[in-house]
Design a protein around this ligand. Structure first.
Ligand code: BF8
Ligand code: SF4
Length: 651
C-alpha cells in the first residue's frame, strides 16, 4: 500500500481563516460563540466520553469506576455503554424519521391537491420511486400514484408487523445478511420505541445483543426514514442537477436585505427561495432602500436549497453564530436540528430577528412563527416582508462582512452521476466500475457528518478529503463536511482536479465530473447507499455492498444523527472511520465488538483514529483489502486514455 501524505504540520492551515477573523471580532465585543464556549468548557467528562454513566433509574445515577465496577442494579460497563449507545442511535434515527414523517404529511397533501405551494415537480422521480415500491402505474394520474406512494410511506413509519419495504432497494445478498442476522427492521417508529424499551432499566443487558439492536434501528433510518425523506424532497422540489454557486460568509450582501435559512426541513425554505425571487418582494426591498433580497443558507437547509436552486451557502453548523456576527443579517429562519441556543445571545447584540418556524422547537430569544404547509407560499412572502422591514434597523457601523467567498459546484444525485457517466441515452455506472476495476479509481469514500469546534475550524475533515483524492479515491460528501470542503475550495472542479491523483483526475476530466461530489444534506446519505447499490448492480465489483472498495468516514462527528448514520453504514457492510471514538471506550469489550467482531456479522465495522494520516492510511488499507478480495488489486498502472477510450467515456 502506498500513501501520499501532505504535511500533518499544516493540517489546519488554509481551513477557513474567515471564521477565525469573526471569532476574534466576537471576542473583542465580548460575545461568545461555539468556539469560545468549547474553550471555556474544559476537558470532557471521562464518564460521559466513555459511556459509563447511567441515569436511567433513580437507584442511581451510577458511574463505573475500577472500585465500583457495577451500578446499583448490577449493570456493568459493557451493559451501560451499550445501552447509552443505543439511545444515542435511537435519538438520531428519531430525528431523521420525524423529518421524513413531516415530509410524508406534505407529500400526502400535495397528492390530494391540498398543498398548492408544494406540487409534484419531478414526475419522473415519482414514477421511479413508485417502481421501487412495486406500485403499478397503468391508467393512473400522477396524483393517484402519489397517493398510493404516500400510503406506502405511512405504513413504513407505522407498521410493527411487516419488514420495511424500503429494504428491498438494497442488493439481494445484503437483504439476505439482514434476514439471517435478524437485523431487518420493521416500521421505523416501532423500531425506535422498541430500542427505548429494551434500554430501560432491567430489560436487555448483553452488550452484543444491544449493539446489534442499535444497528437494526439505524437501518430503519438509512434504508427507511432517510431514503423516504430524500425521495419525497426530490419528487416535490426536483431531483438535484449540477449547479454552480458560492460559499462562505462573504455571500452575505452589504446592500441587500439578508435572509438566512438554517435547520433541516426543506418545505418552508423552498418557499422562501421562491419568495426572494418574486418581483413584488424585490420591489418592496428596493422601496425600503435595499438593493434587493439575498437569501443564503446554513447547515443542511443550506444544502437542500443549494442542491436545487444554487442558493449560496453562508456556512456550516459552526458558522451559524458568525453569520449573525456580520451585523448584516435581517432575519434568520430556523426550524429543527443543529440550531444552537447560543444564537439567541449573539442575535441580541444585533438587529437580527431569529424566527423559529417549527412547533417542535422553541428557544428563549427566538420569535415563534406558526408555519402551516397549506399556506407556505404566502407565509414565506410575509416573512420576507418582515425581514425587509427590519433592514432599517441595520446599524452600518456594526456591519463587518468578510470579503471571502468561493465558487462551488454541487447538485449531484444518483441520477446526475448516471447521466454524467453514461450520457442521457445510455445511462450507466459502467465507466465508473471499469475505472475502479482497472485501478485508475482506487475506491470510493463517503465523507459525511458534522464539523466539530474541537477540530479547529474543520481542519481534519478537509485534510482527509485531500488525502483521499490525492490517492485516487473518489469522494462523495454530504452535510456540514460538504460545506467545509466547499469553503476550502474543494468543490471547484479546477482545484479538485489539481489535488487529485493522476488516475482519478483522468477519469473525472474525461466525464466532466469533479473528484469531490456534493450529494446533499445529511438525510441524503441515502443517496450514498443508492449510489453504492448501483455500483454493485453494474457488475464486476462483487455482489454485496460489503464487497465494494468503499469506506465511510465522519471525521468530525457531533450529532446523534451522525451516530445513527455510522451504524446504518456498518449495518450495510461498510467500513466507517471516525475522527473520535463513539462514547463507548469505557467498555473494552463493546469497543472491540464495534471495531472488529461486528464485521463477521454485518460485513462492516467501525474504526477510529485521531490523526488524518492514520485515518487515510487505514481507509486506503481497507479499500486495498477489498480490491484484493475482488482480485482487482493488480499493480495500478497509470493508463493514459487514447482518443477512442475518451470518446467512450465522454457524454
Ligand atoms: O444533519 S452534518 S452538524 S447540520 S448533524 Fe447537524 Fe451534523 Fe451539520 Fe445537518 Ni448532519
Ligand atoms: Fe444505576 Fe442500574 Fe439504575 Fe443505571 S439502571 S442508574 S446502573 S441502578
Amino acid at each position: 500500500m502506498t500513501l501520499k501524505t501532505s504535511s500533518e504540520k499544516n493540517k489546519h492551515s488554509g481551513c477557513d481563516p474567515v471564521s477565525r477573523k469573526l471569532c476574534e471580532r466576537a471576542s473583542a465585543a465580548n460575545v461568545k460563540t461555539v468556539w469560545h464556549r468549547a474553550g471555556d468548557s474544559g476537558p470532557a467528562c471521562a464518564f460521559g466520553k466513555g459511556g459509563i454513566c447511567c441515569r436511567i433509574c433513580n437507584m442511581g445515577p451510577c458511574r463505573i469506576t475500577p472500585k465500583n465496577p457495577r451500578g446499583v442494579c448490577g449493570a456493568d460497563s459493557d451493559t451501560i455503554a451499550a445501552r447509552n449507545l443505543c439511545r444515542e442511535i435511537a435519538a438520531g434515527v428519531a430525528a431523521h424519521a420525524d423529518h421524513g414523517r413531516h415530509l410524508v404529511h406534505i407529500f400526502k397533501l400535495a397528492a390530494q391537491g391540498n398543498s398548492p405551494d408544494s406540487a409534484i415537480k419531478d414526475e419522473r422521480r415519482l414514477r421511479e420511486v413508485a417502481v421501487d415500491y412495486g406500485i403499478t402505474m397503468e391508467n393512473k394520474t400522477p396524483h393517484q400514484i402519489a397517493s398510493e406512494l404516500a400510503e406506502t410511506f405511512e405504513r413504513e413509519f407505522g407498521s410493527s408487523e411487516k419488514k420495511l419495504a424500503t429494504l428491498a432497494q438494497a442488493p439481494e445478498p445484503r437483504q439476505a445478511v439482514w434476514e439471517k442476522q435478524g437485523l431487518a427492521p420493521s416500521g421505523i417508529d416501532p423500531s425506535v420505541v422498541e430500542i427505548m424499551h429494551r434500554t430501560t432499566m432491567g430489560v436487555d443487558h448483553e452488550y452484543r445483543h444491544l449493539a446489534l439492536a442499535g444497528i437494526r434501528v439505524a437501518l430503519a433510518d438509512g434504508w427507511g426514514g432517510s431514503t423516504i425523506a430524500t425521495a419525497i424532497a426530490d419528487i416535490l422540489f426536483g431531483t438535484p442537477r449540477p449547479v454552480r454557486s458560492m460559499v462562505n460568509l462573504g455571500v452575505i450582501s452589504r446592500d441587500k436585505v439578508n435572509i438566512i435559512v438554517h435547520g433541516h426541513e426543506p418545505v418552508l425554505s423552498e418557499m422562501i427561495a421562491v419568495a426572494c425571487e418574486d418581483p413584488e418582494i424585490i420591489n418592496y426591498a428596493k422601496s425600503k432602500g435595499a438593493a434587493g433580497v439575498q437569501l443564503c443558507g446554513i447547515c443542511c437547509t443550506a444544502n437542500e436549497i443549494l442542491m436545487r436552486h444554487g442558493i449560496p451557502v453562508a456556512g456550516s453548523f459552526l458558522q451559524q453564530e458568525l453569520a449573525v456576527m456580520t451585523g448584516a443579517v435581517e432575519m434568520m429562519l430556523v426550524d429543527v436540528q443543529c440550531v444552537m441556543p447560543g444564537l439567541a445571545d449573539v442575535a441580541k447584540c444585533f438587529h437580527t430577528k431569529v424566527i423559529s418556524t417549527s412547533p417542535l422547537a422553541h428557544t428563549e430569544g427566538f420569535e415563534p412563527f406558526v408555519f402551516a404547509a397549506e399556506h407556505a407560499g404566502e407565509q414565506a412572502r410575509q416573512l420576507a416582508r418582515t425581514a425587509i422591514d427590519n433592514f432599517a434597523n441595520r446599524r452600518r457601523e456594526k456591519v463587518c462582512i468578510p470579503d471571502e467567498k468561493l465558487d462551488l459546484v454541487a447538485g449531484f444525485s444518483v441520477r446526475t452521476v448516471f447521466e454524467m457517466l453514461g450520457g442521457t441515452y445510455r445511462k450507466s455506472f459502467r465507466p465508473l466500475n471499469d475505472a475502479i476495476i482497472d485501478g485508475r479509481i482506487r475506491g470510493v469514500a463517503g465523507i459525511v457528518g458534522c464539523n466539530n469546534p474541537k477540530d479547529e475550524l474543520s481542519g481534519r475533515g478537509v485534510e482527509l478529503v485531500k488525502e483521499l483524492i490525492k490517492n485516487d479515491v473518489l469522494v462523495l460528501l454530504t452535510g456540514c463536511m460538504a460545506v467545509a470542503c466547499a469553503k476550502a475550495g474543494l468543490m471547484t472542479p479546477e482545484t479538485a482536479f489539481k489535488l487529485a491523483g493522476t488516475g482519478l483526475r483522468e477519469v473525472c476530466e474525461a466525464v466532466g465530473m469533479p473528484p469531490v461530489l456534493h450529494m446533499g444534506s445529511c438525510v441524503d446519505n441515502s443517496r450514498l447507499l443508492a449510489a453504492a447499490t448501483e455500483l454493485v448492480k453494474e457488475g464486476g465489483l462483487g455482489s454485496d455492498l460489503a464487497d465494494l472498495p468503499l469506506a465511510g468516514a465522519a471525521p468530525e462527528w457531533v450529532s446523534e444523527k451522525a451516530v445513527a448514520i455510522g451504524h446504518y453504514f456498518v449495518g450495510s457492510g461498510i467500513y466507517v472511520m471516525l475522527g473520535a471514538p463513539l462514547h463507548v471506550t469505557g467498555s473494552q469489550r463493546l469497543s472491540d465488538f464495534l471495531r472488529n467482531d461486528v464485521e463477521k456479522i454485518t460485513g462492516g465495522r467501525f474504526d477510529w483514529a485521531d490523526s488524518v494520516r492514520e485515518q487515510a492510511k487505514r481507509i486506503l488499507e481497507h479499500i486495498d483489502r477489498k480490491r484484493a478480495a475482488l482480485n482487482i488489486n493488480r499493480k495500478r498502472e497509470r493508463k493514459l486514455l487514447g482518443m477512442k477510450e475518451r470518446r467512450e467515456l465522454d457524454v
